[in-house]
Write a protein that binds this ligand. Structure first.
Ligand SMILES: Cc1cc2nc3c(=O)[nH]c(=O)nc-3n(C[C@H](O)[C@H](O)[C@H](O)COP(=O)(O)OP(=O)(O)OC[C@H]3O[C@@H](n4cnc5c(N)ncnc54)[C@H](O)[C@@H]3O)c2cc1C
Length: 311
């Protein structure tokens, strides 16, 4: 229950303009740059430097140019161009070709057709340079629109694209069947958003049980699934299951977030697993950052400590 309250609290705070202004002032620069623990920086250059560092450790990456919930077509166009620029820059740098994005960043709230068109432009450029693109899953208000948009581009022939399913939602199993029938790649997460009782499990134990159930189905029936969690107990169970069923370690991958459980990232790598780190960057880092605080309120202590650190 604490989990639910904390998610709600930090989700509410993420709409605060004052907090956002304060965080933007201190979060990313100077010795008090508390957000740098979770966000790779604000520029493409920062992101590419982070990717290089992570790759040098034998880990894989996916880059997320942060942004969501745009309210104008101009902002959606801007985000689309940033992604096109990112593809060129990563291609030139010879860094790893894997992106994550959110549809509300490409205009889902403004005009669905234009959003899908923006997505297609990104997928086409990505395809030409050998990138894979993951569509992140946002709150339940967007589940249908996200899956429908994904299906549209899939039916138009794009294959370098995958989606995310959230085990907290009751509908996850049905969505799994729908996406899996296409043969598309799924990333499984617990879900980062506060959701109502009518749509989602409220108890962590229920979210976790649903996660394990779906992860096992994905390992057996899925197409190169991504098991995205920092939950050690779940990771152990998934690893045990994969070993029992003799599922090859290159038939799936684990995914973790930048700056979170770095010990676990290298431990999984050392055990011979594929591990992908989700690397967020960009100026619009505040809502992402607040979700990370909501998942683990102890992170607030880390932020406060950074703020009062000696210069
Ligand atoms: C690669 C990746 C992509 C994701 N994409 C999406 C997406 O598209 N849509 C979506 O809704 N959610 C996404 N998420 C977030 C996800 O839904 C969860 O909110 C998040 O991963 C925390 O849940 P958990 O599985 O780690 O388990 P939890 O039970 O929350 O945590 C297990 C343990 O992990 C550690 N931990 C978890 N979170 C933090 C944190 N913020 N700071 C420090 N330690 C932490 C703690 O040790 C904790 O005890 C993604 C997560 C990952 C790893």
């Amino acid at each position: 229950m604490l989990d639910v309250a904390s998610k709600s609290f930090f989700q509410a705070l993420s709409y605060s303009r004052t907090l956002k202004t304060l965080a933007s002032r201190y979060g990313m620069s100077g010795t008090r740059a508390f957000a740098r623990r979770f966000i790779a920086g604000e520029t493409v250059e920062d992101a590419i430097a982070a990717v290089r560092h992570i790759q040098s450790q034998g880990l894989l990456c996916t880059l997320d140019y942060l942004g969501e919930s745009v309210t104008s077509l101009a902002a959606a166009e801007n985000a689309t161009r940033e992604y096109l620029h990112l593809i060129e820059a990563v291609d030139r740098a010879g860094a790893e070709r894997n992106l994550s994005l959110k549809l509300t960043q490409l205009g889902l709230d403004v005009d669905r057709a234009i959003c899908v068109d923006n997505l297609r432009r990104i997928l086409t450029a990505a395809q030409a340079c050998g990138f894979f693109v993951r569509i992140d899953m946002e709150s339940s208000a967007y589940t249908d629109a996200t899956l429908d948009s994904f299906e549209t581009v899939w039916k138009l022939g794009h294959r370098n694209v995958g989606v995310v399913l959230q085990s907290c939602l009751y509908r996850a199993e049905k969505d799994f069947e729908r996406v899996n029938a296409l043969g598309a790649r799924i990333r499984l997460v617990k879900g980062a958003y506060r959701e109502p009782k009518s749509l989602a499990h409220q108890l962590k134990s229920d979210v976790d049980a649903a996660y394990v159930r779906l992860a096992k189905r994905l390992l057996i029936e899925g197409t190169y699934p991504a098991i995205a969690t920092h939950d050690e107990e779940i990771l152990d169970e998934v690893r045990r299951f994969a070993a029992e069923r003799a599922i090859a370690s290159d038939a799936y991958e684990f995914q973790l977030l930048y700056g979170i459980r770095r010990d676990l990232q290298t431990e999984l790598r050392d055990a011979g697993h594929r591990v992908r780190v989700y690397v967020p960057f960009g100026r619009e880092w505040f809502p992402y950052f607040m979700r990370r605080l909501g998942e683990r309120p102890a992170n607030v202590g880390f932020v406060v400590k950074s703020l009062f650190a000696e210069r």
